[in-house]
Design a protein around this ligand. Structure first.
Ligand SMILES: *Cc1c(COP(=O)(O)O)cnc(C)c1O
Length: 383
């Protein structure tokens, strides 16, 4: 078997499953076409008024178009769309804002926070100490956040989660952090597409110093990251920390594909994001009606969180339940998350049927005909 064999097999397989992984999405045919353009093997490096590489005439225009559209989409003063991933966007953002004499605070992994902010990962390479955000029942404990900022010399409040079902009280966080002269970073990796569609935490950028996120989770793009700010000084720091500090080559075809995705978001982002959240709420309602246990019966995002205890009663855990779904052509991750963003973009709207299938598989029923019917409805919308 050669590589092309596996690539063909992979695509055929993915066409014939229902992807409900919370951190993934499908590309439109145009965004996919852009990825395989000639740009895929080229360089571009803008230095002041000229490009250090030749042959970049059209790419330079494309990057300008992208940055203008990103600013329009999010209503930001500045944007940086070159980061190769959400994680790299996070590194650049932290490098641009961390005060080495002060500490940071972030939501812990056990509360659904991003592992990059824990276990000495980004702390180690950037050089800061992070405290655990006071957090309970999917809410920040704001009074204790204020106490922690005061007693632990917090200079940076890091918001955003990998298990993300509820927005924050940004106005309150802004007031608290201003009082102690600390900065606020909003990691919107999971919800960037919902924010672009103005259906989740519309005040995220208004009340933070930097908002950044992945371009491929709820957003329509290929893998990458976008950073936004309204602050001139912070933007200059972001630019200083981008080329030759965190990256050199920026993957031009990815930028082309992202530019297509941003145009799609400008046109359809609001309708898409509304439908994602509507589908989340409908799927939760139907699962509850079937007495399928969930960790939270509310979600205002694309995510639905499974309940480990409920699965245990059915003799599953996150891993084995995900494996059982996979045998039945439904793909989710192994940390207990379900996402509605990709099925929404795929034009699937019967959430009651999806709930019946998931609940049926959990109860060891044969649901294959129902699943195949749903998979047969898959298309790609919003482009
Ligand atoms: C996924 C994720 C990241 C990392 O993004 P990549 O694009 O995978 O590098 C960072 N922060 C949060 C909260 C995430 O969920």
């Amino acid at each position: 078997m050669d590589s092309m064999y596996y690539i063909e097999k992979y695509d055929e397989y993915r066409k014939n499953v229902l992807n409900m992984q919370a951190s993934e999405n499908v590309l439109s045919p145009n965004a996919k076409r852009a990825l395989s353009s000639d740009m895929a093997s080229r360089y571009s490096l803008k230095i002041d008024n000229y490009n250090a590489y030749g042959g970049t005439l059209y790419f330079d225009e494309l990057l300008k178009l992208l940055e203008n559209n990103v600013k329009k989409l999010f209503g930001s003063k500045f944007s940086e769309s070159r980061p190769l991933s959400g994680h790299i966007a996070s590194e650049i953002s932290l490098l641009s804002i961390i005060n080495k004499n002060k500490n940071a605070i972030a939501i812990s992994e056990e509360d659904g926070g991003y592992p990059g902010y824990a276990n000495n990962n980004l702390e180690d390479i950037i050089g800061f100490k992070s405290y655990k955000m006071p957090y309970k029942n999917f809410n920040i404990d704001y009074d204790n956040l204020e106490k922690s900022i005061k007693t632990n010399n917090i200079g940076t409040v890091i918001l955003g989660q990998s298990m993300f079902i509820k927005p924050y009280d940004m106005k309150r966080i802004n007031e608290i952090s201003k009082k102690y002269d600390s900065k606020v970073i909003y990691d919107a990796s999971h919800v960037l597409g919902l924010i672009a569609g103005r259906q989740f935490q519309d005040d995220a950028l208004k009340y933070s110093d930097i908002l950044f996120g992945s371009t491929h989770k709820t957003f329509f793009g290929p893998q990458g990251g976008i950073i936004l700010t309204n602050n001139d000084e912070i933007y200059n720091k972001i630019e200083e920390n981008t080329i030759f500090k965190t990256m050199d080559n920026i993957n031009l075809s990815r930028i082309g594909s992202l530019s297509v995705a941003v145009e799609e978001m400008l046109k359809y982002g609001s309708e898409y994001a509304k439908n994602v959240i509507k589908n989340t709420k409908e799927l939760i309602k139907s699962l509850i009606e079937l007495r399928f246990g969930l960790l939270s019966e509310i979600s205002e995002s694309h995510q639905i969180l499974l309940d480990q205890n409920f699965l245990n009663q059915k003799n599953y855990n996150f891993l084995t339940f995900s494996e059982e779904l996979e045998k039945n052509k439904i793909i989710i991750d192994r940390f207990g998350r379900i996402g509605t963003q990709e099925i929404t973009r795929s034009g699937i709207s019967d959430m009651h049927k999806i709930a019946e299938i998931i609940n049926g598989i959990c109860n060891k029923l044969n649901m294959i005909n129902e699943i195949n019917n749903i998979i047969g409805e898959k298309t790609i919308k919003y482009w």
